[in-house]
Design a protein around this ligand. Structure first.
Ligand SMILES: Nc1nc2c(ncn2[C@@H]2O[C@H](COP(=O)(O)OP(=O)(O)OP(=O)(O)O)[C@@H](O)[C@H]2O)c(=O)[nH]1
Ligand SMILES: [Mg+2]
Length: 340
């Protein structure tokens, strides 16, 4: 199929190229308001502004280490993130955080909770924390989150942490936008069963049994160890055996060990070549998403149920004047110049 070069003269919804360029310049000077506005563009921008933004940012990224922290609601992801941020700061690393709100943006509950728990870093210029709503993004959350991480990477943060609730496939995808994925569990929450269901065992580079001050932490750890061993019968994946760490995030216990393990995993990714491989895998995913989104957009404009072309093709197919494959061909030919 022939793809036309996308047009550039579309409505940019008030965010022109110069706006983006100005914000990117601000970003490079470490201006926090520019970072915040770029993240808002990722959340609310038009497809065109997002395109300009990604084009401007992409060459400036690739430096940050990205860490995904996922797990069921309430296991202590935000508390863990907060403690990891503090530990990283004590090691002189700057940190950007994207906390993906599991609930609707209108309830405010989780957002407020995250803000309260993370406010300790508010005055620190080496930390930037942003909550993102899980709904209403162009191309979905699994598309918006990596773009937001791109903004923080370009802003020069050494480490970018993405906190997501691991309950479904889209969250697993979000976790996979990170170089290192931490799966957090807590005793007494039926987590191990849920972990197996959601397939997060496969994406975990590291397990954290948080709330180790609660009874049942040992049992959960043993259960998890059994599952890891069963899941990796053939041996370690890419030479890495996911460690299981115990933490009491509210007291900062086990956090230095967790950060050590993050560093070890990153070193392993670099030395084994898996880092480059993961980044290529993610790039392929992003390119596919963008292309599919564009095709979907074109279908929305010409292939809708009440589209005259569809209408006429349907009539011909129903009248046996045309077979459905030939009709689809005709539709795709009409679609082609629309793509972009
Ligand atoms: N006892 C104990 N409580 C903890 C620990 N870590 C977190 N908590 C508490 O558990 C509750 C939930 O913690 P959060 O950090 O908000 O959990 P979360 O996983 O981010 O929750 P969501 O973002 O809503 O999914 C809070 O009341 C924390 O204070 C821990 O190690 N031990
Ligand atoms: Mg949270």
């Amino acid at each position: 199929m022939r793809w036309r070069r996308p047009g550039r003269c579309t409505d940019r919804g008030g965010h022109g190229l110069s706006d983006v360029a100005q914000l990117v310049a601000g970003l490079e000077e470490g201006d926090r308001r520019s970072i915040a506005r770029l993240l808002t563009l990722v959340e609310d921008g038009t497809p065109e502004s997002l395109r300009d933004l990604v084009a401007a940012l992409h060459p400036r990224t690739g430096r940050a280490r990205t860490v995904g922290i996922t797990g069921s609601p309430g296991v202590g992801k935000s508390t863990l993130t907060n403690a990891v941020v503090a530990e990283l700061r004590s090691r002189d690393r700057t940190v950007g955080v994207i906390a993906v709100d599991p609930s609707s943006p209108f309830t405010g509950g989780a957002l407020l909770g995250d803000r309260v728990r993370m406010q300790g870093h508010h005055a620190d210029p080496g930390v930037f924390i942003r909550s993102m709503a899980a709904r209403g993004h162009l191309g979905g959350l699994s598309f918006a989150t990596p773009q937001a991480a791109l903004v923080l990477d370009a802003a020069g943060f050494d480490v970018v942490i993405i906190e997501t609730v691991g309950v479904g496939q889209s969250e697993v995808e979000v976790a996979q936008t990170a170089d290192t994925t931490v799966v957090a569990l807590a005793p007494g929450m039926g987590d191990s069963i849920q972990a197996a269901k959601a397939g997060i065992l496969e994406v975990a580079d590291l397990f954290v049994v948080n709330k180790a001050d609660h009874s049942g932490a040992g049992k959960l750890e043993a259960e998890l160890r059994g599952m890891v061993e069963m899941g990796h019968e053939t041996g370690a994946v890419d030479g890495w055996w996911p460690p299981i760490l115990r933490t009491v995030a509210v007291r900062g216990e086990g956090i230095p060990e967790l950060v050590d393990a993050l560093e070890q995993h990153h070193a392993h990714l670099e030395s084994s070549g898996a880092l480059v491989e993961r980044q290529r895998h993610r790039a392929a995913h992003t390119v596919r998403e963008i292309a599919l989104e564009r095709v979907r957009g074109s279908f929305a404009s010409i292939g809708g149920a009440d589209d005259p072309l569809i209408d006429s093709l349907a009539t011909q197919v129903a009248a046996r004047d045309l077979d459905p494959y030939a009709a689809a061909d005709a539709l795709l030919v009409a679609l082609d110049p629309e793509v972009g």
